[in-house]
Design a protein around this ligand. Structure first.
Ligand SMILES: O=C1C[C@@](O)(C(=O)O)C[C@@H](O)[C@@H]1O
Length: 432
């Protein structure tokens, strides 16, 4: 999946603005410019009591950056409820006043674009947009849709999805990188976030970034696009790393790993992958463009079966938090770095005092907890485990390490009895 379109501009960052007054819109336009936007998208349908002849010039005369004008009707997910004739008259006026870009819904685009191109031979570019409901169509269906949109005379195509699975975004990337004209394509919603974050890699015409104070699900902030993910440094060669997790937005990984990649002068980016289905995910994002993953909650244990090989330490722990795609054969190799990272940090903090014999208090017995319990046990600590729900399989695994020291099967059932008692009396705390 590489960028092929030599005719395309390089990806711009666009701030969508949804001010309710012209004054607010003018203020936000300046704010968006200060935050690094290249382009602005104004939603006229969000402005209350909008008077086209008065308000449109006020906006266009004050624009600090190129503007996309959008006037979305209710029938296409917008706020405009008035009559269609007045709406289209407003968009005609925008063209007459020389708006940089005007967005038309596919349904109305055909005759309007031809008419406007004849009547106003201005530099206005026309975006034709289509909101897809339901599952993302196949590559072929998307290409057919794009051809229909192109036939309206559009200068730029815009396809908006609302994916229910992150793997659907691969088809959006395919459209972006293969269609030989400028395309805006993305998915809204948190599963869609990577469609904005990786847009420059696949040659999209623009990616959206929200100004400070706006939080839109699935849309990164202008700040993160400029500073964390650095869109301006991304190209078709950029390797994509990321955290496989659900949820994923809590992770500090992107703000840690992206500067590290840049510090190492490595052309890579680290993104959050909101994953619902591990099998589908690994079979979709399977090429050398995706050379490695972190694994977070709740997948550290489940991911083991999707690794072609597992490092002995990760195997003993039963949890993988780092996967590397081996360059020579593309196989996925699973590691556990939680164990050594956490235990050596604790040892560093103890400044020479041994962990052995100490009471090690573990809060949470999931994938990360298992790694820590394993590390502490291997250093000879006693372990006190707190967990909201201590799953039986986790308990058995933890007990199998105890068994290494006390080779006694009855210990397991004793411990299980002890566990249930402690669940009642000590909010799920157990000592091993
Ligand atoms: O436990 C963590 C944190 C993490 O899940 C994250 O949220 O960034 C990433 C994992 O690789 C690591 O083991």
């Amino acid at each position: 999946m590489g960028r092929t379109g030599i005719l395309k501009n390089s990806t711009m960052i666009c701030a969508p603005l949804m001010g309710e007054t012209v004054e607010q819109t003018v203020k936000e336009m300046k704010q968006a410019k200060a935050e690094g936007s290249h382009l602005l998208e104004i939603r006229l349908d969000h402005i209350t009591n909008f008077h086209p002849h008065h308000h449109l010039p006020a906006i266009l005369d004050n624009k600090p950056l190129p503007l996309i004008i959008l006037y979305r009707p209710k029938w296409d997910g917008g706020l405009y409820e008035g009559d269609e004739h007045s709406r289209l008259q407003t968009l005609r006026l925008a063209a007459e006043l020389g708006a940089d870009y005007i967005d038309f819904e596919l349904k109305v685009a055909s005759h309007l674009i031809r008419e406007l191109k004849i009547n106003y031979q201005s530099a206005t570019k026309f975006i034709v947009s289509c909101h897809i409901t339901g599952t993302t169509p196949s590559d072929e269906e998307l290409a057919n849709l794009a051809a229909t949109m192109r036939a309206t005379g559009a200068d730029i195509l815009k396809v908006v999805e609302n994916v229910t699975d992150i793997t659907e975004i691969a088809r959006i990337f395919h459209l972006l990188s293969h269609y030989q004209m400028p395309v805006i394509a993305y998915s809204v919603g948190e599963r869609g976030l990577i469609s904005q974050l990786l847009c420059p890699k696949f040659g999209g015409f623009l990616a959206y970034g929200s100004i400070k104070g706006y939080s839109i699900p699935g849309m990164p902030s202008l700040y993160s696009v400029k500073h964390t993910y650095k869109h301006d440094l991304m190209n078709s060669e950029t390797k994509v790393f990321g955290l496989v997790s659900k949820p994923v937005s809590h992770s500090k990984g992107p703000i840690l790993h992206n500067p590290t990649l840049r510090h190492e002068n490595f052309n890579g980016v680290y993104v959050p992958f909101f994953v619902d289905n591990l099998k589908e995910f690994f079979s979709t994002y399977s090429g050398s463009d995706f050379p490695g993953f972190s694994v977070g909650i709740p997948y550290k244990e489940a991911v083991v079966e999707f690794c072609d090989e597992v490092h002995p330490l990760a195997e003993s722990i039963g949890a993988v938090n780092t996967i590397i795609r081996r360059p020579c054969d593309g196989k996925l190799i699973g590691f556990n770095t939680d164990c050594e990272a956490a235990i050596t940090s604790i040892e560093d903090a103890l400044k020479g005092t041994l962990i052995s014999g100490k009471l090690f208090v573990l809060v949470g017995a999931g994938g990360a907890g298992r790694a820590l319990a394993f590390g502490a046990k291997s250093r000879g600590a006693r372990i006190l485990i707190f967990d909201i729900i201590l799953k039986e399989q986790n308990l058995l695994l933890l007990l199998s390490w105890v068994k290494l020291e006390h080779s006694n099967k009855s210990l397991i059932s004793d411990r299980r009895k002890e566990q249930s008692l402690r669940m009642e009396h000590a909010r799920n705390a157990s000592i091993y």
